[in-house]
Design a binder for this molecule. Sequence first.
Ligand SMILES: NC(=O)c1ccc[n+]([C@@H]2O[C@H](COP(=O)([O-])OP(=O)(O)OC[C@H]3O[C@@H](n4cnc5c(N)ncnc54)[C@H](OP(=O)(O)O)[C@@H]3O)[C@@H](O)[C@H]2O)c1
Length: 254
Amino acid sequence: MNLGFIGTGKIASSIIYGIFKSKLKINKIYISSRNVNIAKKLSGKFSKVKVCKNNQEIINNSKVIFLSVTPNVGKKILKKLIFDKNKIIISLISTLKIKELKKLTNCNKICKAIPLPFIENKLGPIILSPKNRIANKILSKLGNVIEINNEKISYSFWSTSSIMAAYYELLNLTTKWLVKKKIKQKTAINYISELFLALSKDAVLKKTIGFNKLVADSQTPGGLNMQVLNELKKGKFYDKFLKSLDNVHRRIKH
Ligand SMILES: NC(=O)c1ccc[n+]([C@@H]2O[C@H](COP(=O)([O-])OP(=O)(O)OC[C@H]3O[C@@H](n4cnc5c(N)ncnc54)[C@H](OP(=O)(O)O)[C@@H]3O)[C@@H](O)[C@H]2O)c1
């Protein structure tokens, strides 16, 4: 199977790295020369990656085409491209709806996916909406595919996928706090990354018991965990967090 990527930025390159670490059988991957540096790096590293002269050449050569440009670029360039009816489009563009994409591309076989950068290590959930057999076949080699048939419901997942930077900032700030307390940066980074890894792994292992119980079980009455949780609640930390999710959701469904 030949795959194509319109837009060779962060998420396209993460997917391509993931593909070459996976068991997915592909013939060629056709990419755009934009971004030029990323395109050079990928084609230099992987002999199956070919850089095309223009976006139309990517489409003509590929059975499955990933749209990995930003929404404004997508709106501008898609209407000028020709997709024949047999092409399958996997759009990664958050704010372009399937209806809009069908209009822009004149193509019917369109689904949207939400991979995240750690797909480069074959990690993480990938929302796929609506169901698509071929897209599932590709993406399930790269992560844990969760199919959501209703596009409107998938917007909620787009919103929750926007917490990455806020999450990493927690690791960043906690590490800097340790360094201020005279702990070596290397030791602090090691401790914090292992701590968050253990918390996440534990949550996965205990996912059937639900997060309410995990929150409860991590506190001793009057203990340190309870203190931090209560202080953050009092400071409206979690209210602000939920408000941000609402705001992002409003932006996506608009
Ligand atoms: N990053 C994520 O975690 C993530 C996750 C899921 C979905 N997405 C979605 O995926 C899309 C891309 O995100 P990204 O983070 O990968 O952004 P990005 O790194 O900015 O990549 C966008 C790419 O599009 C290229 N481009 C601009 N104009 C183009 C054109 N006319 N033809 C072909 N390529 C063109 C840019 O090249 P130049 O650098 O040369 O301008 C750049 O390489 C967005 O819609 C985003 O919402 C991102």
